[in-house]
Design a protein around this ligand. Sequence first.
Ligand SMILES: Cc1cc2nc3c(=O)[nH]c(=O)nc-3n(C[C@H](O)[C@H](O)[C@H](O)COP(=O)(O)OP(=O)(O)OC[C@H]3O[C@@H](n4cnc5c(N)ncnc54)[C@H](O)[C@@H]3O)c2cc1C
Length: 461
Amino acid sequence: MKKIGIIGSGFSGTMTAVQLINKLTKPYEIILINEKETLNKGIAYSPYSEKHLLNVIAGKMSAYPDKPDHFLDWVMQEKAFLGKDKVLLANSFLPRKIYGAYLCAIWEETMKVAKSKNVPINIINDMVVDLDVNDDGVSIKLDNKLNIALDYCIIATGNQIPRNPNIKNQAFFQSPNYFQNPWKIASVQDIKSDLPVLIIGNGLTMVDTVLGLLEHDVQNEIYSISPNGFNILPHRHNGMKYTKLVEEIYEDMSMLEIVKLVNKHIKSVREYGVSAEPIIDSLRPLTQKIWKSFSEKDRDKFMKKLRHLWGVARHRIPLHTHDKMQQLRIERRLHIKSGHIVDIMESNGLIEVHYFDKRTQEGKVVEVSRVINCTGPETDLRNLDQSFLKNCLTKGILMQDKLKLGIRADTETFQILNSQGKPHHNLYTLGANLKGELWESTAVNELRAQAEKLAEFLLND
Ligand SMILES: Cc1cc2nc3c(=O)[nH]c(=O)nc-3n(C[C@H](O)[C@H](O)[C@H](O)COP(=O)(O)OP(=O)(O)OC[C@H]3O[C@@H](n4cnc5c(N)ncnc54)[C@H](O)[C@@H]3O)c2cc1C
């Protein structure tokens, strides 16, 4: 019996396994490898707090591309939501924990399907530490030293923890007061001093971390330092479906032409007092195509000049969370700074953060009790501490795109390309690893389609 191994069982790995099991007509064994804590949920959907909300409305979070109401219908039959208005729920930002429970429920149902079809499922609660590939198959090594031989392997490793900031005093990263992984509850617990807390970064994880700190009764002031210090925007969607921009986009437009066009449309809707959100949303179905058509030079320019702006326009937060952030800023408990960190020194639990303030154009120092890294998932495999992906890069099993956003792969077949650019017939990837190829390869609406397409390709191949 052929073996399909899936490394990582967050949304991408779990839903690929679900699609495979549902579509299988020949005997295969499915092996799912993921640590226990995040099994079937991944990082995003095993948050430590109920206050960590989905950043997409429930009506758009179905795990299946062809069943748009699947999540909503599941939620409606949950005890806590019985009798609630469907339209209200469809437009709500629900806790990510609920979404984790939804994925686990899908997995349980799929286990029954697997049993009825005699598909053996092997769950391994461990980490993959190395991988080798040859014409006959793929061999993976687990942290517990066990080797497993596979016929096909799908790498669904998703989000890596953030990279450490580029500072002189690298010894600081060993400090118990530094938290490189912001998704662990320890990052917001046991703060013993009254000094402020520093959050590096100013995106959605910064917001989650602030909420996590408040939930743990942290009264300390909070600083956030990021390159631009942009205001995070709330979702203010009025339901308008904007089509005018997309109608004016044509093949092979340069980045500059698209930026000019977007700006023109933003200006025109603002004249009528309408939020520019629907304009950004109208671009979503086209972003992968636009990214693929960009020249290397345009992609590079986008990353240097527009990435942060796009991030702010794209990654918005629920209105009530936005109100909370604004309130904290007015009360001067939350300080959003723009600039970069120059160095961090610690003695006797007092941390001195030296940073360059972009607004005042001068070096400043802030004294804090802890530093939490919320700069977003690292994508450059060379910077990962210990990773089988880094080993694969060294061995030429895979290569990265020029901007080091992900792994090079054929986006039609999901086959990983080796260092010579040749596709492996037995090694696949999806999700965040395809960021360099597709730019937007992160949210559920992209991943659910990838999981289905990958399963179909693998089984038909
Ligand atoms: C905090 C956060 C919130 C988000 N919120 C939303 C949202 O509301 N809506 C939305 O559409 N998208 C959201 N996203 C985007 C999110 O990336 C996707 O929705 C989706 O969860 C990604 O799933 P994944 O399986 O690709 O990656 P992950 O969730 O990162 O899962 C990867 C899994 O692989 C495992 N793994 C990694 N390396 C190994 C190894 N060597 N061996 C074994 N296992 C390994 C990890 O432990 C993890 O469980 C969010 C992302 C984050 C980080």
